[in-house]
Each structure stands twice: as C-alpha cells, then as structure tokens.
Design a protein around this ligand. Structure first.
Ligand code: G6P
Length: 753
C-alpha cells in the first residue's frame, strides 16, 4: 500500500476513534444535564401548583382541579398532570392521559409504596416519558401527590443534533487530514526523495547535478548530507580516474593522489605514516549551540591534508578548537576529513600556560621573527623556552605511543614548533626514520646567532635523518649555521651533516598544492569566471570592472600594508582606474593574542579606511577588507573571479596562496603579482615579480597586470600551471617519503648539549 494511503488511513482511524469516544461521552453528559434541568423545572412547577391545589381541595375540588390540570397539562413539552389524594386515588388528571398511557398510570399507583418525591424515564408507546411524582405536604402531613409527565423527545432531538454536528466536524477534519497529508508527503518526502533519486541517477550517468537542489535539514537532511558526500566522493573518484587514464595515455609523469598512494604503499608496505604538526588539519569550534569543523588558515594544512588523504596514516597535532575535546575519543583521536574519513587525527592537549609559552611565546615571538627577516624583533624569554622544551617532550611521548608497535616507523615532523622533537624521538627509537620539514625561511648564521638557545635547537634538529627546506638557499643558510655553532662534519657536495654518529641530510623540497585543485573536483564549477566576478561584486554591493584579490593570515610577514600602499599609489598614478578596480583582501585573523598581530589588524583597518576615504564613491570602493576565517570554497571563488592576485610577502618560506591561485585558474587566465622574497618566486617565474618594499614598482605591476594582453596572460598562466602540475604536493610528498625511507639509519644519537 502506498505510504500516503497508509498514512491517511491511520490518521483517519485515529480521528474517528477520538471523535467517536468524545461524542459518546458528550452525549451522555448532555442527556444527564437535560434530565436534571427537567427535574429542576418539575420541582418549580410542582411547588407552584401545590399552592393552587391546596386551595382547591374538597368540597368543589373535582371540577376546579380538573380545570387546573387541563390548563397546565397543555403546556409545551408537558404531557400531562395527575393529582392524587392522600390515599393515592386520582383526584384529577389531564384529559386523555389515561387513554394515552393507561398502563403507566395504573402501574404508578402500585409503586407508591414510599412517601417520597421521585422521578423516572420510560419509553411508552415509542415515546420517552419523564415522570415526576411530587409529594404535597402541609405541616408534615401528606396531602396528596402530584404527577408531572413530560415528553422528552426534544432532548433526543437535541442529542441527535450533537451527533450530526460532530459528524460534520469529523468529515471536515478528515478532508483536511487527507489534503494536508497528501501535500506534506509530496512536499517533504516524495518530492525531495525524487530529487535525491534524480541526483543519484545523474551522478551514475556522469551528468552535471548542479541544477538539482537537494533538500537541507528536516527529516531527509541526514540522507541529503550523505548523498552530497557521496556525490563529492564520486566526482572526485571519477575526476581522478579520468586524470589517471589521461596521464596513462599520454605517458605523463605527473604525480596524482592515486600515484602517491601506490608509491607510498610500495615504499612503506603496511607501515603507517606519522605526521606531526602544531596546527591540526580540522578544528572543531562552537558556533552558538552547534559544533562546526573548520580548516585552519595557513599553508601547512593546505599542503599536507591532500597527502594524508591520499596515503592515510596518523596526524598528531595540538587540539586547539574549543569543541575539540568533545569531538575526539578518550585518546584524543578521530577520523578525518569529517565528511569522508580517510586518516586519523590524534589531538594532543595543552594547558593555557603551555600554549602561551610554547606556541605564542617561543615559537611565534621568538623563532618566527628570528627566521623571517621583516624587521620585527624576536623576543626570547626563559619561561617560554622552558615550555617549548616541555611541549616538545609531550609531543614526543604522543608520537612514541603511536609508533610503539611499529618497526622502523616513518615520522615526518612539521615546522619550527618542534625543533627538539627529532632528537627526542630518535634517542628513544633509534630505528625510527625521522624527517623534519621547516616551512619557514632559515636566516643567515649572523641573524640566527642572536637566539640564546641556538645550539640546543640545532642539536634537536640534527636528531633527524632528513631536514627539508623549501629552497637550496635555506639549506645553505642552515648548514652554514651548523658549521658556525656545532662541532660537526658537513658534506657540501651531498649536503649532509655528521655529528656523533648521526647523519642528517639537508635537502630542498619545494612544497606545493594539489593539482588539479581538489576544490575543482569537490565543487565542480559550471559558471564562468566572469559570472563569478559579477556575483562577488553584487554580494559586496560594488559596481566595478576589475577585481584584485589577496588571501592571507593577517601576519606582518605578508606585506599587507605595503600592498595597500601600492594600490593607493596605483590610483594616484592612474586615476582613470578609480571606480574600475577593486581589491578584496580575504584576511584571516591569526595569533591575535600577540600584541604585534593584534596591532597589525588595527593598522590594516586604518590603512584601508584611509585609502577608501580618499577614493571611494557611493557604489564603489578601492579596497574591501573581509576580516574573517574564509572557507576554501569561498577562497576558490575569489581566485576564479579575480583578474589579479597579489602576494607581497616581505619574507616567506614558500607561500602557497600563489600556487593555489594558479591551481584554481583552469581557465588559464588571471595574473599573479608575486614578491621576490617568497620561496614560490623561484619556481613561478611567469608571475609579475615585485619587491614589496618598492611601492612604485608594485603600483606599476598592478597597471601592467590590468593592461596585459589576453594572449600574454594565457601564455604566462599556462607556464605557471605547467610548473604546478609537474611539481604538485603529491610529488613533494612522494619525494620526501622515498628520500627518508631510503636513508640508511646511523647507529647512535649523542646527548644534547
Ligand atoms: C605558517 C607556518 C605553519 C602554520 C601556519 C599558520 O605557514 O609555517 O606552521 O601552521 O603559518 O599559522 P598558525 O600559527 O595559525 O598555525
């Protein structure tokens, strides 16, 4: 039976049952009320009659009494009156009553055994007759009885009306139930299910499902979410398979997620890959009463999530979201990505003091400005250094626990938060193969030498079998620093350091992004980039022609102020672009507990305000600063919709925004303006290169970008995409993993200095 009919019948059954039971009790009560009402009226009538009857008793009683009963007996609903004397003999009776109900009158007399007032209801000649016997008394002596007979068919008529009324009500209700059920079932169940089925059908057939909206929330919400995930996974799998097939056909060597997976399986066999970083790839945060999973901003997560998605394994990281504890199990573990679990995230918990000292203090007020030459002075505090050591030990424990059952495990540590971790792990597990990848620049030995704990940091790092930097220049700086600070043997041909029986290779591995862009597979975009651009302008309430974009964590190394000054200068030099070019900065607040970062946000805001004030009109702004954490999907839209992307870091290990922008531009258009002080500038030679300190040059670069011929734009973008296609994140991970795995482990690790 169809669900709709089943639903309607069940609802009708319940409605009829409820209406029937309620009507039954309503009728019973109503009848009782009516009879009681009648009794009350009988008493009143009898009492008023009693007075008249008393005065009419012998000698003339019969005629007068008969006149009286005749007179009253004709009243509406009153069937008749009988007056008895003290011996129960009839003194007077409404004419015709003995003819109409003779048995009853006769029976009544025989039932006068008690001298009490009483009433009864009986059906006589198919009429319901209410009989009321009233005792007439004077000074306690019974004078006689008064019998009042009422035809109560009017009560039955009234009760029938109630039944009828209730039946009509039930009928109306039933009709409404039927109509509402049909509509609700169609709107909320049948319609959405049909849409979901359509979407699945289109997916199966490999057609676009863009125009089929599927229901959100409500009862089908969970199903819709699953279908959306399924759709995404299917399109990604299909895109990957197509790409693999294409590459096989043309015999290309391009690295893909699939190829990396195969490569890692061949290299590691059943071994798990262990990755360690401070920043976790998925952070759970509370939004009102809901918990949301967000992907934190920053190049490290952007680059490494696709790697673990492809290879699986365990990612150990600081659980820093305010809903992280409740979304992980008792060991701090959970499967991620939340919508399509592919690897394990193990969260390490830090208390406030540890986070303050290790993360904000030593890592970000000490090492970060030490390694970035941006004229922000590093602060080295002993208490921060103590917490830095403690937290490195805590992470070492977490990693050792993960690898306790593995033989020769592979551990890849990320970044400057864990300079001591390689040594801590190797000293406990000499069989482990340990690499650390330093995502930020390594300065020259003079700059590094101001760190009071430079020796300890170098010894900690040299616990690793492999240290990776983005570019050879940083490798050289590192080796020179080791040369100056530690007693060791450095091989400048093969770039390794030997110290106390441990060999550490130092090599460049320029990190990259997924290519083709993972987002393209996930959010297959059928709209043209021009349309996306006009949508963005509409959302911002701006009428403009050209769109520029910047995507950054709000960090003083990113050259955001310098970029805005260059934009201001561009408008001064080329006023014909006022009203025509708008730059949108997608700025994610970062490390805001640190005063320098906190102040920077205010500085950025003031600069934007000043420039806007100078040039803006009612429907147009030169710069829009969107200070928020933006989703990858949103950022991707801006990459696609913009004419120019500006990366103006004052110093940057690599900068993956530049590479993401290129990866997102499958239309082979768009111009990248890139700082010469980024690691990315070594590879992305077809960008317009700038020195961000040179405001005039950067302003001219904007002009050049906006005036570049379409052929040249295309050619440059094709070259840039070629570079990223060849050197994508899968190649980076494949190289790093096989280099580490193929290193022959040296015997001993010496004690720290
Ligand atoms: C840089 C660092 C990463 C860091 C990222 C975001 O890219 O190299 O290690 O994760 O910035 O910074 P945050 O402090 O938010 O982790």
């Amino acid at each position: 039976m169809k669900i709709t009919i089943r639903l309607i019948l069940s609802l009708l059954f319940v409605a009829i049952l409820v209406a029937g039971v309620f009507s039954y009790f309503q009728i019973r009560l109503e009848r009782q009320d009516q009879i009681e009402e009648l009794n009350r009226r009988c008493i009143l009538l009898a009492e008023s009659l009693q007075e008249s009857i008393k005065n009419l008793l012998p000698p003339n009683y019969k005629t007068k009494l008969n006149q009286l009963v005749e007179k009253f007996g004709n009243r509406e609903r009153l069937y008749g009156i009988v007056i008895y004397d003290g011996q129960n003999d009839i003194l007077a009776i409404t004419p015709g009553l003995t003819v109409r109900i003779p048995e009853h009158i006769a029976q009544l007399k025989s039932s006068f055994d008690e001298d009490t007032t009483k009433y009864s209801v009986e059906t006589l000649h198919s009429k319901e007759i209410h009989t009321y016997i009233y005792l007439m008394k004077e000074d306690g002596k019974v004078l006689g009885k008064l019998g009042l007979f009422h035809d109560i068919s009017y009560i039955n008529t009234r009760l029938e009306n109630i039944w009828r009324y209730n039946f009509i009500r039930l009928l109306t209700l039933s009709l409404l139930i039927i109509v509402t059920t049909v509509l609700v079932v169609r709107w909320s169940i049948v319609g959405p299910i049909a849409k979901i089925a359509d979407r699945l059908k289109y997916l199966r057939m490999g057609k676009s499902t863009k125009n089929i909206d599927i229901p959100q929330g409500d009862i089908l919400g969970p199903l819709a979410i699953e279908v959306t995930h399924l759709a995404k996974s299917l399109s990604i799998a299909r895109a990957k398979a197509e790409e693999e097939a294409r590459l096989r056909i043309i015999g290309e060597k391009t690295w893909t997620a699939e190829r990396l997976k195969e490569h890692v399986r061949m290299e590691l066999g059943e071994k798990n890959l262990i990755l360690v970083s401070n920043r976790e790839p998925y952070m759970h945060i509370k939004k009102g009463r809901k918990i949301e999973s967000i992907i934190p901003a920053g190049g490290l997560v952007t680059a490494l999530d696709p790697v673990l998605r492809a290879c699986g394994g365990v990612w150990v990281a600081h659980g820093s979201g305010d809903a992280d504890v409740e979304t992980a199990d008792k060991d701090g573990k959970l499967k991620v990505p939340p919508e399509e679990p592919l690897y394990t995230l193990k969260r390490v918990w830090l208390n406030k003091e540890e986070e303050e000292g290790y993360y904000y203090g030593f890592s970000n007020e000490g090492i970060w400005p030490l390694c970035h030459i941006t004229h922000t002075r590093p602060d080295f505090r002993l208490e921060d250094w103590i917490y830095y050591q403690k937290v490195n030990e805590k992470f070492a424990e977490a990693v050792l626990e993960e690898i306790k059952n593995e033989n020769e495990p592979l551990v890849i540590i990320q970044d400057y938060h864990f300079a001591l971790l390689p040594f801590l792990i190797k000293s406990k597990r000499p069989d482990a193969k340990v690499a650390i990848f330093w995502h930020i620049p390594w300065p020259n030995p003079e700059a590094f030498s101001i760190c009071p704990w430079q020796k300890e940091i170098l010894v900690g790092l040299l616990g690793a079998d492999l240290i990776g930097f983005h570019i050879q220049f940083h490798c050289n700086n590192f080796l020179e620093t080791v040369d100056r600070v530690l007693e060791s043997k450095i091989n400048w041909e093969q770039f390794f350091v030997e110290k106390g029986g441990q060999t550490t290779f130092v090599k460049p591995f320029p990190i990259s992004v997924a290519f083709p862009s993972l987002l393209d597979a996930q959010f297959a975009e059928s709209r043209s980039n021009e349309l996306i651009k006009s949508e963005i302008f509409n959302e911002l309430g701006i009428a403009s022609e050209y769109l520029g974009v910047g995507v950054d964590r709000i960090d003083y190394t990113k050259g955001i102020i310098e970029r805005f000054k260059a934009i201001e200068r561009f408008f001064e030099k080329h006023p014909n672009y006022i009203g025509k070019f708008t730059f949108v900065e997608l700025g994610a607040p970062s490390r805001t507990h640190i005063k320098r970062y906190h102040d920077l946000i205010a500085e950025v805001e003031t600069t934007v305000e000043k420039i806007c004030w100078k040039f803006q009109s009612i429907n147009w702004k030169p710069i829009v600063f969107l200070k928020a954490h933006h989703s990858h999907q949103d950022i991707n839209r801006y990459y696609k919709g913009s004419d120019v992307c500006m990366v103006t870091s004052l110093h940057d290990g690599m900068n993956l925004v530049a590479k993401e922008f290129v990866s997102a531009r499958n239309d082979e258009d768009g111009i990248l303006i890139l700082s010469q002080f980024t690691g990315a500038s070594r590879e992305l030679q077809d960008a317009i290169m700038v020195n961000p300190y040179d405001i005039e040059q950067t302003a001219d670069a904007i002009y050049t970008a906006l005036n570049m011929k379409v052929e040249e734009r295309k050619e440059r973008m094709q070259h840039l995409r070629g570079v990223i296609r060849d050197r994508n994140i899968y190649r980076w991970a494949g190289n790093l993993i096989s280099t580490l795995n193929r290193i022959r482990i040296s015997k001993a690790v010496e004690e720290p200095v």
